[in-house]
Design a protein. Structure first.
Length: 178
């Protein structure tokens, strides 16, 4: 996606670190019984993880350009995201890229894994509300060029509710108590 959007090598490197570390604020172990639904306490913990992640990484100098993407990867194009409710171009570009990738991965690797083509349709439908239309177009172009590979999810236990899934983003945006 970064290639499609013309990122400089420096920005591409910052994006790689942001993509790898964007959920570091979630490292606290989950509470028992919270995996199947979004409780107010779980919503609060989800809403706080970008800020906690940036706090954890604040003294690592080479991550300076990645931290804003980590902090803002749950902002929504329509302004209903968190932690600051930024909208559209006010959301840092790298955060918008991470957000699109997050949704795609949640759909294709999540508990209710779906085929990539179906996931791309859902991501396309969220352009202009949840996600940056330009970043969604970059994902689609990368897919069309064969730059995204569908990898099967490893076998294992049933996965918990994914905080990056579109339905969780919609619940958080609709005012689930945080």
């Amino acid at each position: 996606m970064g290639e499609q959007l013309g990122l400089t090598p420096r920005m591409s490197e910052a994006l790689q670190f942001a993509a790898a570390l964007h959920n570091v604020g979630l490292i606290a172990p989950p509470e028992r019984g919270e995996a199947r639904h979004l409780t107010p306490d779980r919503a609060r913990r989800i809403a706080e993880h970008p800020t906690r992640g940036v706090q954890m990484l604040q003294h690592i100098d080479f991550l300076e350009e990645s931290r804003s993407a980590i902090l803002h990867h749950h902002e929504r194009w329509d302004g209903d995201g968190y932690p600051q409710g930024l909208a559209a171009e006010r959301i840092p570009l790298l955060a918008r890229i991470v957000a699109v990738a997050d949704v795609y991965v949640a759909l294709t690797w999540g508990r209710d894994r779906m085929p990539p083509e179906q996931a791309l349709e859902i991501v396309d439908a969220r352009a202009g509300t949840h996600l940056d239309p330009r970043c969604v177009a970059a994902l689609r172009a990368a897919w069309d060029r064969g730059r995204i590979v569908d990898r099967p999810r490893p076998a294992g236990p049933d996965l918990p509710l994914d905080h990056d899934a579109p339905e969780v983003s919609d619940l958080m945006a609709s005012g689930v108590p945080r």
